[in-house]
Design a protein around this ligand. Structure first.
Ligand code: FBP
Length: 265
């Protein structure tokens, strides 16, 4: 029996599954890349989280300070970067675990660019943050995104499963990883993550609703705990309807076809 007996992801789960709403893209990509006049307003997205039944919301500390309404459990991203610098990616700590806790965070989130020339710095920083989070009884969630000139294909089975395993080895309670493109290969990533819970990362808005729902279905079939999604929800013409479809797959185990039918009515 290991030292960790309590499931720190419990606040973010319902019957073992979870759906998290990510809204840190304003820092990561800039407002002109991802936002329109509706979703540029943080209140719009914060409201989606509770109205659409999300199990958690991911915010940087600035948004958490000014917009978090306490209605769904909070994950504060404690590192971040803009996309202005080019070259090997690095994302450093911008918020302490202590400060995240003071904002009511039940988990902290940290991005590791696996394969970057700066990987070692992020691994060391996450190591410290994970210990501080566990000392305060909150979860440490790792976004593990293979990236940099050493990474040829960031969605291959080998690379994504390495990301998942790295999260387990580093003590993350949950890993947010990219979909590999099919359920069978994603199931190897889920197995590689062991007791670390796997959340599929949403990615840019998919070309069709059917395409995105099929990815989510594939991830759930592979044993993922759920989904951490941003753009495919708050860029959707009707975010509540889209979230309802996602809930049907994640919590009710419905097939894509029946979910699609309710999405197009
Ligand atoms: P999306 O569902 O919009 O992809 O959000 C998930 C996320 O991990 C965000 O938390 C983060 O801002 C973004 O993706 C990072 O995207 P990228 O891989 O383009 O840097």
């Amino acid at each position: 029996m290991g030292r960790q007996t309590k499931d720190l992801m419990e606040p973010f789960l319902k019957a073992g599954k979870g759906m998290l709403l990510a809204y840190d893209q304003g820092l990561e990509h800039g407002p002109s890349t991802d936002f329109d006049t509706r979703n540029v307003d943080p209140s719009y997205v914060v409201e989606i989280a509770s109205k659409a039944g999300f199990n958690g919301i991911v915010l940087q500390k600035g948004l958490a300070e000014k917009y978090y309404d306490g209605k769904v459990p909070l994950i504060v991203k404690v590192n971040g970067k803009t996309n202005v610098p080019k070259g090997e990616p690095i994302s450093k700590q911008v918020c302490s675990v202590e400060y995240a806790v003071s904002l009511q965070a039940r988990a902290v989130g940290y991005t590791i660019y696996l394969g970057s020339a700066h990987e070692a710095e992020m691994l060391a920083e996450f190591g410290r943050i994970q210990e501080q989070a566990h000392e305060r009884n909150i979860a440490a969630i790792a976004w593990v995104y293979p990236r940099g000139s050493a990474v040829a294909n960031d969605t291959s089975k080998e690379v994504v499963s390495y990301a998942a395993r790295a999260a387990l080895e580093l003590g993350a309670d949950a890993a947010k990883i990219k979909y590999t493109g099919d359920s069978e290969s994603f199931s190897w990533a889920v197995k590689s993550a062991g007791k670390t819970k796997v959340f599929m990362s949403g990615g840019p808005k998919a070309p069709t609703e059917a395409a995105f729902l099929a990815q989510v279905r594939g991830a759930v079939d592979a044993g993922a705990t759920g989904l951490a999604v941003g753009r495919n929800v708050w860029q959707h013409r009707d975010p509540l309807l889209m979230s309802n479809s996602l809930r049907q797959i994640i919590f009710e185990n419905k097939p894509v076809q029946s979910v699609l039918a309710s999405l197009t009515v």
